[in-house]
Design a protein around this ligand. Structure first.
Ligand code: SAM
Length: 260
């Protein structure tokens, strides 16, 4: 790796802290019918630990110049795909495998954190995600109502997953040292999901409610039946002067279910 030139534009900050690698691996709830997806193999820092879990690991890496380094990892349970993760057909790739649970375990390239999460959520049923992300981004994913970090993505993610912090990660845990702080977070899919009558409508409604963060519900929800919404809010002791960040996920579900 001595002559390797790190590409900032690809989010190449490789993990060098063994303690953090250990915490990531130990927090995973992997069983014999699990399959692990890693996005961004890099120099294999995490890949080398993932294969020790003895289940199939599919790792994606966009930078083909890392191949000679990654070729040094010899393992029957590892497949490395040198492609842009955002462009691959995940369902097609997964057809070749036998599994009951899918885990995304990765030190993500930060410039595409949200597109990666959206892709896996749209294309497959993901059971667990243990991902390294920029600290502020992780804080938003986990944010609770009545905080400034709480947004539509917090609502979507928390609808599907229980989200917890695994560990804070200092800049010194990487080479080269990134400018931002990091955090490892763990997403565990809820065993049962609350009933939503129309999922597309729910997501659209939540996105509209948060459209302009400083504006209240009356402004952001102008395209919906405001009278009906006002009545539903009244039953919750709230009204249209509230802002989206003051509504819980259950309240969003209740309103959207009554609107469809
Ligand atoms: N897994 C290694 C580690 O833990 O040290 C590397 C993590 S590094 C933060 C992110 C890696 O993602 C880089 O190796 C980068 O080249 C790769 N990457 C960036 N964009 C990608 C994409 N669209 N698809 C697949 N890999 C990508």
């Amino acid at each position: 790796m001595n002559d390797f030139r790190f590409k900032k534009s690809l989010g190449q900050n490789f993990l060098i802290d063994n303690n953090i690698k250990k915490k990531i691996i130990e927090s995973a709830n992997v069983s014999d019918k699990s399959l692990i997806i890693e996005v961004g193999a890099g120099n294999g820092a995490l890949t080398r630990e993932l294969i020790k879990l003895n289940v199939s690991v599919i790792s994606f890496e966009i930078d083909k110049t890392l191949k000679s380094e990654l070729d040094k990892i010899k393992s029957d349970n590892l497949t490395i795909i040198y492609e842009d993760f955002l462009k691959v057909d995940l369902k097609e790739i997964l057809k070749e495998y036998n599994y009951k649970k899918i885990h995304l375990i990765a030190n993500l390239p930060y410039y595409i954190t949200t597109p990666i999460i959206e892709k896996v959520m749209n294309e497959i049923i993901i059971d667990e995600m243990i991902i390294m992300v920029q600290k502020e981004v992780g804080d938003r994913f986990r944010a609770k109502p009545n905080t400034k970090e709480y947004n539509s993505l917090s609502v979507f993610l928390q609808y599907y997953f229980d989200i917890e912090k695994v560990t804070y990660v200092s800049k010194n845990s990487f080479i080269p040292k990134p400018k931002v702080d990091s955090i490892v977070i763990k997403f565990t899919r809820h065993k049962e999901l609350k009933k939503i009558e129309d999922l597309d409508f729910f997501f659209k409604f939540v996105r509209s409610a948060f459209k302009q963060k400083r504006k209240n519900l009356r402004n952001n929800l102008r395209d919906y039946d405001l009278e009906k919404i006002e009545n539903i809010l009244k039953s919750m002791g709230k009204d249209l002067t509230y802002r989206a960040e003051q509504l819980t996920i259950d309240e969003f579900i209740k309103i959207s279910n009554l609107l469809v």
